[in-house]
Design a protein around this ligand. Structure first.
Ligand code: SF4
Length: 386
C-alpha cells in the first residue's frame, strides 16, 4: 500500500492504490477495466443499460464528464440526485456517477433492497475528507471543556461523510445544502446560541455574513490539527459561528484577482460564483448561488450577455455549449476540474454496468444501520425546513 503523509498529518493514498473503507480518500478499484482506447465503449455502455432496463437507474452529478453524463437518467446536484434515487423504488441498482458521500446519501434514502454502486471507489471528496468522525468528536470535547457545547447546534453541509451527518443527527443538528444553508442556520439559531458548521468554512461564513447579517468577528475557525482547534474558551464563548477549517479544493482556487482580471478582460461581464468560493471572491461577484441557481441564472440570462462562472469546469463547459447565444467563460484562466469527480470515466462505467448485467454487484456503497438512522434524522430535519 502506498501512503504519503501530508503536511496536515492526514495519510494520503495515491489514487487507485491502498484501501481505507472508512475514509473518503480513495480505495482500490477491483476488476478488469476495459481500456480507455476501446472504440466500442459507448456501444457497450448502451447495450448493458438496455439489458438492465428498469432495474437500473443512473444518476449523474453536474460535475461529471460528458462521456459519463450522456448515460445519466437524471442529472443534478447531490441532494436532488439522492431524492431522485429515493423516488425510484423499482430500481434494483442505482449507479451513482458522483463521489462517495453522495452515494452514501443515496444508500441512506433508498430502500434496503436497492443497491447503490459507485463505479470507482477512488471517487472521494477532499472537502468531506477534511472532517473525520474522530476529529469532530474531539471538537465536541473541546466545546464541552469550554462550557458551550449545550448551546451549540451542529450543521453539516451535504458534502460530508455519513458519519458526520449522523453526528449532527445525534447532537440535535441537521444537514444543509448550498441552497438552504440560510434556512438551516435560522432553524439552528432558534434552538441554540451557536452553530458548529461542518466541513466547509466558506459556505458557513458566506451564509452567516452575507445572508444573515453577522460580522466576520462573529465567526471563528476551528482547526482540527491544533489543540482545541487553536481556540481559547473565551473565543468559543464569544463566537456565534464556529466554522470547521475545511474547504473545496476546486472552488477554493478562485481568487479575488480572478474576478478583477475577468472584469478587465471582458467589460460588462457578470460574475456568477458558488458559495463554496472564498469570502473575498463572493463579495466581489455579482451573483452567488448553488449549482442549480447557477444553471437557472444562465438559462434566464438575456441573449448576448456575458458571464464568468466560478464553479467546476465540466459544468461551465457544458453550460457554454447549452447556451451558445450567451458568452459563458470560466472565472479562472487555469483548468479547474474536480479530480475525484473525474475518476468516474467511461471504462469504469462500462465495467460497473456490464458487471451488473452479469448479475455481479460491484463497488456497492452501504452505510451501517446505526449511522444510517442518525444521518437520516439529520437529513429529515433538513427536509422539514420551511
Ligand atoms: S467539487 Fe469540491 S466539494 Fe464537490 S466533490 Fe469535488 S472536492 Fe468535493
Amino acid at each position: 500500500m502506498v501512503v504519503t503523509i501530508t503536511e496536515t498529518g492526514l495519510p494520503l493514498f495515491i489514487l487507485g492504490t491502498g484501501a481505507d473503507a472508512h475514509s473518503e480518500r480513495g480505495v482500490d478499484c477491483p476488476g478488469e477495466l476495459p481500456p480507455a482506447s476501446d472504440p466500442t465503449l459507448v456501444e457497450r455502455a448502451r447495450a448493458a443499460k438496455e439489458r438492465l432496463g428498469d432495474r437500473l437507474f443512473v444518476l449523474g452529478h453536474h460535475y461529471q464528464r460528458d462521456e459519463v453524463i450522456q448515460f445519466a437518467d437524471v442529472t443534478g446536484d447531490s441532494f436532488k440526485l439522492a431524492r431522485e434515487a429515493a423516488a425510484r423504488p423499482e430500481a434494483e441498482y442505482v449507479v451513482f456517477c458522483g463521489v462517495h458521500f453522495m452515494a452514501e446519501s443515496a444508500d441512506i434514502l433508498t430502500g434496503d433492497a436497492q443497491k447503490v454502486v459507485l463505479p470507482d471507489l477512488a471517487a472521494g471528496c477532499s472537502m468531506a475528507d477534511m472532517a473525520t468522525f474522530t476529529q469532530v468528536e474531539e471538537c465536541w470535547d473541546a466545546l464541552e471543556d469550554a462550557g458551550v457545547a449545550d448551546r451549540v447546534v451542529p450543521i453539516t453541509y451535504m458534502n460530508s461523510s455519513a458519519d458526520i451527518k449522523a453526528f449532527c443527527g445525534r447532537h440535535g443538528g441537521a444537514v444543509c445544502t448550498s441552497s438552504n444553508a440560510r434556512r438551516a442556520l435560522e432553524w439552528a439559531f432558534e434552538r441554540g446560541e451557536k452553530v458548529l458548521f461542518l466541513p466547509d468554512q466558506h459556505l458557513g461564513r458566506n451564509t452567516a455574513v452575507l445572508e444573515m447579517g453577522m460580522s466576520l468577528d462573529d465567526c471563528v475557525v476551528y482547526d482540527p490539527h491544533r489543540p482545541d482547534g487553536g481556540l481559547t474558551p473565551e473565543r468559543f464563548e464569544k463566537a456565534k459561528m464556529i466554522l470547521w477549517k475545511g474547504h473545496c479544493s476546486v472552488h477554493g482556487r478562485f481568487s479575488a484577482q480572478c474576478v478583477d482580471d475577468v472584469r478587465a478582460r471582458i467589460p460588462g461581464v457578470n460574475v456568477l460564483v458558488h458559495p463554496e468560493c472564498r469570502h473575498e471572491v463572493v463579495t466581489k461577484a455579482d451573483h452567488v448561488g448553488s449549482t442549480e441557481y447557477i444553471i437557472r441564472t444562465l438559462e434566464q440570462a438575456p441573449a448576448g450577455s456575458a458571464w464568468a462562472v466560478g464553479t467546476e469546469l465540466n459544468l461551465v463547459r457544458r453550460l457554454g455549449a447549452m447556451f451558445p447565444g450567451k458568452s459563458i467563460t470560466f472565472l479562472d484562466r487555469t483548468v479547474c476540474y474536480c479530480s475525484t469527480m473525474n475518476r468516474i470515466d467511461l471504462p469504469h462505467l462500462v465495467w460497473a454496468l456490464e458487471s451488473l448485467a452479469e448479475g455481479e454487484v460491484v463497488n456497492r456503497i452501504t452505510v451501517d444501520p446505526d449511522t444510517a438512522h442518525w444521518a437520516r434524522v439529520a437529513l429529515d430535519r433538513m427536509l422539514a425546513l420551511p
